[in-house]
Design a protein around this ligand. Structure first.
Ligand code: GLC
Ligand code: CA
Length: 552
């Protein structure tokens, strides 16, 4: 299996209003299928005032009018299924929008049926929210504070209330009855909060309350209730677990309490900035490799990894872990760095064509709530220029620019002015252009997925990393039965000499995939006067996959 993630507002506008929608998705289903994926994950497409672009839901059982309606959704679902694509929805139940009718009722007073749907207090504790100042907001009507771990317009649901859990189950059934195949469960490890909501440590900005809401006291009971419903439908459950550790992930993924099929981890997203400019450091390959290998080893034989490098919360990976100068080379190499690991790969819209970060001139042009908060919260003493540089590097908006379909106006995303800025590099970076080039990032993604699909070793094989201390090369092997694959990725922007494990030297390994065209490669090896190129030297951001069959 492999999944494609759609963040609909920027995917494809089908009705000419500048906003991506389900009509556009319908048009592009064949394209998605052509990548070699087997499923689609939709980031939220429900009605929402868009304080957090869909992650603030005001109605769980409908489609946002910007994106179409239920009839159009059913049409997309049916066509996706015809094409052999599964469809999973985003389940966002840690919080709702403050415009959800439950919250509108709840704020009215302390004795209506919805009064305990949210977390209300007379006096707030010291928690910070992750997205917007303190975690508590005073509500005039009710005369109390409500908890919001994210933005102010995202009040946290009170999952300790059995009625709320029944609502969640109703939502699951609603979509499962319609025929969807599963859910990606948003910040699901935050839904149970510690009784009494104790004060957090004062010196951890933004995450001071986390020890009391991450993997909280009743989390596994609640998850079991949801699992039971999902089991009836045999559906797929994928959890998003911000800052989850391997140990706690295994509790969701294994044993009698198993409540999720897979979990997104964040460790490998912290090799540089991790979507807040608060933590911002240069990219470190050893950190990335350590995170990859930790998850590969810990889950091997016990659970299954969800593999990704990009999504709607993280800036574009070429701009972070690769190089915009070596755009094609690093974009393809990064694909090989994760698509051959053990697990199920996820590809985020635009990643497959190597979209890169956008650089908007002023902070006012950015629309993501957390980008603004971070800008006004951290590094205030730095020059404006430096602060904007951090925003360019860390903003979630960089992954939310309209998808680049061709070189025409608005990148073929829409006939109208798009709702958000198109990256000016669209004339070069776009689907149409890359369809024509056999060595494009797009076609490399296809080759990787095709290779994975036909190899039991790449699907099921064990994982082993070579030379973990190397600061330029990431090298890993997959082994199963008699076949082994060696994946070698150079993260260097110049040619580097690479030691190979002995099973692969002297052309014992057959080169089955490389991100440089053969002719060009040989010429370049000659140019760097390394005729032994194929074995010992790697070009900038070169990636190769070797196969050996063990005969003994
Ligand atoms: C998850 C989502 C993110 C959202 C947050 C709050 O991390 O991926 O986009 O802002 O949860 O719902
Ligand atoms: Ca539209």
């Amino acid at each position: 299996m492999a999944f494609y993630q759609i963040w609909i507002r920027s995917f494809k506008d089908g009705n000419g209003d500048g906003i991506g929608d389900l009509y556009g998705v319908y048009e592009k289903l064949e394209y998605i299928r052509s990548l070699g994926v087997d499923g689609i994950w939709f980031s939220p497409i429900y009605p929402s005032p868009n304080a957090d672009f869909g992650y603030d839901i005001s109605d769980y059982r409908d489609i946002h009018p910007d994106y179409g309606d239920l009839a159009q959704f059913r049409k997309v679902l049916a066509r996706a299924h015809e094409l052999g694509l599964k469809v999973i929805m985003d389940l966002v139940v840690n919080h709702t929008s403050d415009e959800h009718p439950w919250f509108q009722e709840s704020r009215k007073g302390r004795d209506n049926p919805y009064s305990d749907y949210y977390i209300w207090r007379d006096t707030p504790n010291n928690w910070d929210s992750l997205f917007e100042g303190k975690a508590w907001e005073y509500d005039e009507t009710r005369g109390q504070y409500y908890l919001h771990l994210f933005a102010k317009k995202q009040p946290d649901l009170n999952m300790d209330n059995p009625k709320v859990r029944e609502e969640v189950k109703g939502i699951l059934r609603f979509w499962l009855d319609m025929g969807v195949d599963g859910f990606r469960e948003d910040v699901i490890n935050f839904i149970s909060k510690k009784e009494g909501l104790p004060d957090g440590l004062p010196f951890l900005p933004a995450i001071n309350g986390m020890p009391y809401y991450k993997d909280g006291p009743h989390i596994h009971e609640y998850m079991a209730e949801f699992r039971k419903v999902c089991k009836e439908y045999d559906c797929f459950q994928l959890g998003e677990g911000p800052l989850t550790t391997v140990q706690s992930a295994l509790k969701y993924l294994t044993g009698p309490e198993r409540s999720l099929d897979m979990m997104f981890s964040f460790d490998h997203m912290m090799a540089d900035c991790f979507y807040t400019e608060y933590i911002h450091r240069p990219f470190s390959l050893p950190k990335l490799k350590k995170a990859f290998t930790k998850w590969q080893n810990a889950l091997n034989g016990k659970a299954w990894n969800a593999l990704y490098l990009e999504n709607h919360d993280h800036p574009r990976v070429i701009s972070r872990y690769g190089s915009e100068r070596f755009w094609r080379e690093s974009g393809t190499m990064l694909a090989a760095s994760y698509l051959f690991q053990q697990g199920t790969p996820f590809i985020y819209q635009g990643q497959e064509i190597g979209m890169t970060n956008i650089r908007l001139k002023s902070i006012e042009q950015y629309v993501d709530v957390s980008t603004h908060t971070n800008f006004h919260r951290y590094h205030l003493k730095d020059s404006l220029e430096k602060r904007m540089e951090r925003i360019h590097h860390s903003s979630r908006d960089s992954s939310r620019t309209p998808m680049q379909w061709d070189h025409t106006e608005h990148a073929g995303f829409s006939e109208a002015e798009p709702w958000f800025y198109v990256n000016p590099n669209y004339e070069r970076v776009n689907v149409e252009e890359e369809e024509k080039d056999p060595w494009s990032i797009l076609n490399f993604y296809r080759s990787c997925l095709a290779l994975r699909k036909k190899s039991k070793t790449l699907l099921w094989g064990s994982y082993r990393e070579f030379f973990p201390g190397d600061r330029q090369i990431y090298m890993y092997e997959r082994a199963y039965g008699k076949t082994r694959y060696l994946i070698v990725c150079s993260f260097a922007d110049k040619p580097v000499r690479v030691r190979m494990p002995k099973e692969y030297v002297d052309r014992k390994g057959k080169l089955v995939l490389c991100n440089y065209p053969r002719g060009e490669r040989e010429e370049l090896y000659r140019a760097i006067k390394r005729p032994d190129g194929e074995q010992g030297w790697f070009l900038p951001y070169e990636a190769r996959v070797y196969r050996v069959s063990v005969t003994t």
